[in-house]
Design a protein around this ligand. Structure first.
Ligand SMILES: [Zn+2]
Ligand SMILES: [Zn+2]
Length: 386
């Protein structure tokens, strides 16, 4: 794990002790053995809790992708909390923040910002992430029963652990509860870590989210993470018919019996990648691509070419005296070294998934690149050695 300034690489926090102990408890299988009964129990508890996390914590509580009754909502929250991933309000609040700031420094778990292990598990135990930003979940905090559950985050998990022990003894606890809990943890966490590193990007989302069919298998459809970042309000994350999404199939079955309703889906234009991107995404993508643009090299080439320009001394003097806006400056500098809109468009297209907003993104990149070039050229000119 990469060290960070705030010392977040140090995960020796008290809240991590139980997490480590449940991992260690899995070694107990060498003493208890594994029977068909406890294997079935583990598989059942894995499936039930993975569904509660993906359909409940993620698609319902964090994204409100469908509607349900207050009783079913409570059931989903309770089941999800048996997986010991903290309380329902905490989970939803942290996840909404992830989408708001995806892969920027404000993202709570970005593998791009702080490394893979931190995004996978380290962030959970950092004290600064303990608090629930209650103002981000006003729609959930108005239910006292959800607030109560959130204040007792591990109660449902402990109750389930005790129940497995009462029902099937130590083997039930170790295989049925501990092993399946660890598997649910790492499957869930892999969406925060791996699904932002490995896979394909079908849509321009301004972050590093990926579609990964292999991750979709253990996570019941959550591996279509780039789809999800492209349209987070959808109850369905597999956008194409072959994109395996059992969470959605189960939700649709539940809608047939009236337990859930108003399942939201992605607009056809989003599925085809023909939607116009929002301004925040355009600006985010433009900032990333502009930062990677070879500005240094062009600055050197331009400085040489400008020196040969007859009106350069006058232009430079006016620009340095700040009597000239960058826009005007570029109108007067007609040199082949200045990146054209077409060149920038070509550069962006080579680096992005197909999008209808390519022109808007390219315009924004060009504005940023020209701004940097303008200030670099003036800095170079104003420097005493120039
Ligand atoms: Zn994500
Ligand atoms: Zn999400």
């Amino acid at each position: 794990m990469r060290a960070t300034d705030d010392g977040s690489a140090d995960i020796a926090y008290p809240s991590a002790i139980a997490f480590v102990l449940v991992h260690l408890a899995c070694i107990g299988v060498f003493w208890t053995g594994v029977s068909q009964g406890t294997l079935l129990l583990a598989a059942g508890l894995y499936a039930m809790r993975m569904f509660a996390i993906t359909a409940g914590y993620h698609r319902y509580f964090a994204h409100r992708a469908f509607r349900t009754s207050r009783a079913f909502q409570l059931g989903l929250a309770f089941l999800a909390q048996t997986s010991a991933q903290r309380g329902v309000l905490w989970w939803a609040a942290k996840h909404r923040r992830h989408h708001q700031y995806a892969d920027t420094e404000l993202d709570v778990h970005s593998p791009v910002q702080r490394g893979f292990l931190y995004a996978h598990v380290g962030w959970i135990f950092v004290p600064q992430n303990d608090a629930t930003e209650i103002d981000t979940v006003p729609d959930l905090s108005r239910y006292p029963e959800l607030c109560w559950l959130d204040r007792h985050p591990y109660l449902p998990a402990v109750a389930l652990g005790v129940a497995t022990w009462l029902a099937m003894g130590w083997e039930g606890l170790v295989v049925g509860f501990c092993c399946s809990t660890v598997l649910v943890w790492h499957a869930t966490f892999s969406i925060n870590s791996l699904a932002h590193v490995v896979g394909r990007q079908r849509y321009v989302t301004g972050d590093h989210s990926r579609n990964n069919w292999l991750l979709a298998l253990p996570t019941f459809g959550e591996g279509w993470h780039n789809n999800h970042h492209a349209y987070q309000a959808s109850a369905r994350q597999g956008f194409r018919w072959w994109e395996y999404d059992p969470t959605f199939y189960a939700l649709r079955a539940l809608s047939w019996v009236g337990l859930v309703w108003d399942l939201r889906g992605p607009p056809a234009a989003v599925i085809r990648g023909e939607h116009k991107l929002g301004r925040p995404v355009i600006d985010k993508v433009a900032a990333q691509l502009a930062a990677a643009f070879p500005v240094e090299q062009i600055t050197r080439q331009l400085a040489d070419a400008l020196a040969d320009m007859p009106q350069w001394e006058d232009l430079k003097a006016r620009a340095i005296a700040a009597r000239m806006q960058a826009e005007l400056f570029w109108k007067e500098v007609d040199l082949p070294q200045v990146p054209t809109f077409e060149e920038i468009r070509h550069y962006a297209r080579a680096r992005l998934a197909p999008t209808r907003s390519l022109d808007d993104i390219s315009l924004a990149i060009r504005a940023r690149v020209l701004e940097v070039l303008y200030s670099r050229l003036l800095e170079a000119s104003a420097a005493p050695s120039a």
